[in-house]
Design a protein around this ligand. Structure first.
Ligand SMILES: *[C@@H]1O[C@H](CO)[C@@H](O)[C@H](O)[C@H]1NC(C)=O
Ligand SMILES: *[C@@H]1O[C@H](CO)[C@@H](O)[C@H](O)[C@H]1NC(C)=O
Ligand SMILES: *[C@@H]1O[C@H](CO)[C@@H](O)[C@H](O)[C@H]1NC(C)=O
Ligand SMILES: *[C@@H]1O[C@H](CO)[C@@H](O)[C@H](O)[C@H]1NC(C)=O
Ligand SMILES: *[C@@H]1O[C@H](CO)[C@@H](O)[C@H](O)[C@H]1NC(C)=O
Ligand SMILES: *[C@@H]1O[C@H](CO)[C@@H](O)[C@H](O)[C@H]1NC(C)=O
Ligand SMILES: *[C@@H]1O[C@H](CO)[C@@H](O)[C@H](O)[C@H]1NC(C)=O
Ligand SMILES: *[C@@H]1O[C@H](CO)[C@@H](O)[C@H](O)[C@H]1NC(C)=O
Length: 909
């Protein structure tokens, strides 16, 4: 009994002692220490991460776990309540996994696992048992699969961020699980596929505390126009951009009332006019309606000083993005209401009128002005001093000239300027080149600018310079090693091409270099060992001579190589076979000789465009070319090639085949400007079409060689061809009867030894607008069709035995039925051509292809730099800036993954 009392006393003393210790510790550290069980749980969670750098480096047993980086405790109970494990360096993060030991932190209120790499695993269901959780951030963490709907059990949740786990890798059938989250203030699902969630707005309407809603790029296509009663009247941030709604701007937006601060509806396929009711959103600071199909004028209520009873109040609007719509009307008239703006972007609309000094006199806060590509003129006097200091100047295709705009002299803080195509015919004054040391982007292209171009080597920020299409006459300038894009084409830059090595110096960052159409001469220098960043190189239309140097083989990222229209000689160096990224290879009009290299077919597997025309290549056309899966332009004309035409079935020349190879869109387009096709000795440049937003340019030209034998039947079923020219060879036999080329617009088979009757299938060529089969040995009656008889007799002459309209010879009896030479022997063993591709079921909707992904994808090539350069891109070209921000969110660490996704989708079966 006594013992028992004593015992309990002892315990009491012990307890008091312990509490005393505890209090001492609290007094020392100011907090209750962390619990052993929770410390153990944290260490198990750490084991799930292979990466032990930040924040884990501070996680040592000696230190109280509440003091570990990224861990937060309740300072009265000692329970871990906050765990922030977001990756500090998302570009180099290692794969990890989410440990179920999280459940041993039962009082967790905030969990941030963003920017990690959870290896495409599902969001673990056990997260939904963290019942006190208030903040859950699983963004950019490489999760995939269906979002567990038991997230809806987390009734304390205030913010939920699942954005950026790759494009549509995460999905939800509906949003009914959101209904229960009545405390939710932030919901971010950017990039989550919720296309079936017709109920999305109803679900959102159950969240009366919502402050921030981000549903960009969710593949939504329903934007309800009416909502009976708007519940979320405290909403401040609404981002629905990058969804294809195909609707007008809905009325319920304006019922949100006075809380809305940031609204982004860009790239939503919205049409109709901009409603006047925008004037009612009195707290709105940033409005983005860019890249839609909106029409009509800018409403007069937008940005207007609001009448508030007696007093006038300045509108809150500071940033207005309306670019790439169909807006019209006079901009000058709207300007009065925008003088408080910091950002005004109305680029790429149909706004018109002259803007004078008086219109801009009150714009003292303006930082970003983009009026590009409208029908606007800026008419200011030469001594005008604007009230603003711009950071971004976008005046592309505005009428600024003919004198160089003197007011720019007052602007010495800009980082981006585009005054291209602005009708300026003048010498660039020296002060302009010295204006801004912050310059990152400069585009002066397509004016008639003259004068000397200075040394840019101290412009360390300059990343992109475009001087294309002016009259600059100077030796090649120097540049800093940070320059990534350099377009100096179509000027009069002169001198020895070896000056190029000053640009291509050690550690350079150059991705795109275009020096075409200048007066450069000499042998291409051998400094390509520093060209490993180059994606496109264009030296066409100069006077370059000598051999193509072996070191061009070090251009391992090169996607476009254009050397056409020079006087290059010798053979194509074998070393180029290492340039396996090449998509466009253009060597036309030089003095190159030797065989057409077999390694082109064997190694350059991404080739889409190959032109070797007008050189002195000899020997056979190598059969290896048939291996080029993506080839859709092949021009070997005007050489001395002999032997038979190989029976290739180029998948790239089939309509069924639709390649969207991501890395290529940008430079690949760039060659089309100089592609000339010859048809009966006349030049045609018009054969290019866009198909699903992609260049569609399927050409086979083998004319003016010494090719012999029959036309392979395979050629006649390249059903995507637009232009087929086999003229001026020694081809014999019949025209194969299996003509299946519904897209063909030009067919030239003239000046061969083709015989027999014309196949009747030739009348299926309904788009044919150019035809020449003259000067052969064809015989019999010309098949009847609306198309064939519409050509003049010239198309058929020189075939003495051919008869019928449009020729004047009426057919008598000189037909050649039964001629053994006219049968088509199949020779199956001869054919090792590639089988026709099956139609690809490309899953991304064309909407994203043409304007969304098409863009992202086009820039995959310099993904890394994009991320690094986010800040400056952000500041300029809304279009780019905006996208980059999204891209950053989407794939900050998963770029390679996104790329792989596309490669996967377009990889041949
Ligand atoms: C406990 O935390 C609260 C809120 O974080 C803080 O205001 C307070 O000062 C803390 N108390 C101690 C003893 O550190
Ligand atoms: C969520 O709640 C439902 C219904 O109350 C329950 O059946 C389910 O097990 C819960 N899920 C989790 C992960 O706790
Ligand atoms: C989630 O984390 C990302 C990246 O760390 C951050 O940018 C974002 O703002 C966070 N989301 C919320 C709702 O706090
Ligand atoms: C929502 O989707 C889940 C499956 O993810 C399904 O079980 C549920 O029935 C759906 N709810 C509604 C209202 O369609
Ligand atoms: C508004 O929210 C409340 C509570 O969340 C809900 O009961 C009500 O049905 C909602 N109203 C509408 C029109 O959805
Ligand atoms: C905008 O406000 C005006 C006056 O305050 C009101 O008459 C009008 O109905 C409002 N429009 C909308 C769409 O809320
Ligand atoms: C290029 O390499 C080939 C063999 O690979 C060699 O014969 C030739 O001399 C080299 N040319 C130059 C200019 O170095
Ligand atoms: C957007 O969706 C509409 C209707 O669903 C469709 O007709 C249209 O082609 C889509 N727009 C684009 C650009 O894909």
């Amino acid at each position: 009994m006594i013992m028992v009392i004593r015992g309990s006393k002892l315990i009491q003393i012990l307890v008091f002692y312990l509490i005393g210790l505890h209090c001492m510790e609290m007094a020392l550290t100011g907090a209750v220490p962390c619990m052993d069980s929770e410390q153990d749980a944290l260490l198990k969670i750490k084991e799930g991460f292979k990466d032990v750098s930040e924040p884990f480096s501070s996680w040592t047993a000696e230190e109280d776990c509440c003091n570990w980086r990224g861990v937060g405790c309740d300072n009265t109970t000692g329970h871990v309540t906050m765990l922030d494990l977001h990756s500090r360096d998302p570009t180099s993060k290692l794969p990890g996994e989410v440990s179920p030991s999280l459940l041993d932190l039962p009082y967790l209120r905030s969990l941030d696992l963003s920017l990690n790499h959870f290896q495409q695993t599902l969001i673990p269901e056990f997260i939904c048992s963290l019942k006190y959780i208030e903040h859950l951030n699983l963004s950019n963490a490489n999760f995939r699969g269906t979002i567990p709907s038991s997230l809806g059990n987390l009734s304390h949740l205030k913010s939920l961020d699942l954005s950026g786990n790759g494009l549509f890798y995460l999905r939800a059938e509906n949003l009914s699980w959101v209904y229960g989250l009545s405390s939710l203030e932030v919901l971010a699902l950017g990039g989550v596929e919720i296309s079936n969630a017709e109920d999305w707005l109803d679900a959102v309407n159950m969240l009366p505390s919502l402050v921030e809603l981000r549903l960009f790029f969710c593949n939504l296509h329903k934007l309800p126009q009416n909502l009976h009663h708007v519940n979320f009247t405290t909403l401040k941030i609404l981002d629905l951009s990058l969804n294809n709604f195909s609707s007008t701007i809905p009325d319920w937006l304006f019922d949100i009332g006075h809380s809305l601060v940031y609204l982004n509806l860009s790239r939503c396929q919205l049409h109709g006019v901009i409603p006047n009711a925008f004037g009612n959103l009195t707290s709105l600071i940033s409005l983005d309606l860019s890249d839609n199909n909106l029409e009509g004028p800018i409403p007069l209520t937008l940005g207007l000083f609001q009448e508030q009873g007696e007093r006038n109040r300045s509108s809150s609007l500071r940033k207005l993005y309306l670019s790439s719509n169909g807006l019209n009307g006079s901009l000058a008239r709207s300007l009065a209401q925008f003088s408080q703006l910091a950002v005004l972007d109305v680029a790429r609309n149909y706004m018109k009128g002259s803007i004078k000094e008086a219109h801009l006199q009150k714009f003292s806060s303006l930082r970003v002005l983009d009026l590009s590509s409208n029908r606007l003129a800026l008419k200011v006097s030469s001594n005008w001093t604007p009230p603003f200091q711009l950071e971004t100047i976008g005046l592309r295709s505005c009428l600024l000239g003919p004198k160089f705009p003197q007011w720019l002299r007052s602007q010495n803080n800009f980082s981006a300027i585009d005054i291209s195509n602005a009708s300026i015919v003048d010498v660039v004054p020296d002060w302009f080149w010295n204006l801004s040391s912050r310059i990152m982007y400069m585009n002066l292209s397509f004016n008639k600018l003259k004068g000397h171009v200075p040394d840019f080597s101290s412009q360390h920020q300059l990343s992109e310079l475009d001087l294309t299409g002016n009259n600059f006459s100077s030796p090649l300038p120097r540049f800093s090693a940070n320059t990534r894009i350099l377009f100096l084409a179509k000027n009069s830059f002169f001198g020895h091409i070896s000056n190029l090595c000053r640009i291509l110096s050690i550690n350079n960052s150059l991705n795109y270099l275009d020096l075409s159409s200048n007066n450069l001469w000499g042998e291409i220098p051998d400094c390509w060992k520093y060209g490993h960043n180059l994606i496109a190189l264009n030296l066409a239309n100069n006077n370059l001579s000598g051999q193509i140097p072996n070191s061009t083989g070090q251009l391992i990222r090169l996607n476009t190589l254009r050397l056409e229209n020079n006087i290059l000689s010798g053979e194509v160096p074998l070393s180029l076979k290492t340039c396996t990224e090449l998509a466009a290879f253009h060597l036309a009009n030089n003095r190159l000789l030797g065989n057409v290299p077999t390694w082109i077919g064997e190694n350059l597997q991404k080739l889409k465009f190959l032109s070797l025309c007008s050189n002195s290549f000899s020997g056979n056309i190598p059969r290896q070319l048939c291996q080029l899966q993506f080839l859709n332009y092949l021009n070997l004309s005007s050489n001395s090639l002999s032997g038979a035409i190989p029976p290739c079935t180029f998948p790239g020349m089939m309509t069924a085949y639709f390649d969207t190879n991501p890395d290529m869109s940008y430079p690949y387009m760039a060659y089309s400007d100089s592609v000339k096709l010859t048809f009966s000795s006349r030049e045609f440049i018009r054969y290019s079409k866009f198909y699903h937003g992609q260049l569609f340019f399927n050409v086979l030209d083998l004319s003016s060689n010494n090719l012999s034998g029959r036309i392979p039947t395979e050629v006649m079923s390249l059903d995507g061809l637009i232009f087929l020219n086999l003229s001026r060879n020694h081809l014999v036999g019949p025209i194969p009867p299996n003509i299946e080329m519904p897209n063909l617009e030009a067919l030239d088979l003239s000046r061969n030894y083709l015989s027999c009757t014309m196949p009747s299938s030739i009348s299926s060529l309904t788009f044919l607008s150019l035809l020449d089969i003259s000067n052969n040995n064809l015989s019999g009656k010309i098949p009847l069709s609306t198309q064939l008889q519409s050509f003049s007799g010239q198309a058929f002459i020189g075939n003495p035995q051919l008869c019928g309209p449009p020729l004047s010879d009426n057919c008598s009896s000189n037909e050649s039925f039964g001629d053994p030479h006219c049968s088509i022997e199949e020779g199956d063993d001869e054919k090792q051509g590639i089988q026709k591709q099956e139609q690809h079921d490309f899953k991304i909707p064309s909407f994203y292809l043409s304007i969304g992904l098409g863009f992202i994808v086009g820039y995959c090539g310099f993904w890394g730099s994009l991320l690094l350069n986010k800040s400056w891109r952000y500041s300029y070209f809304r279009f780019l800036g905006n996208m980059n921000d999204k891209i950053y969110v989407m794939v900050a660490a998963g770029a390679a993954k996104l790329k792989r996704k596309f490669q996967h989708q377009q990889a041949p079966k």
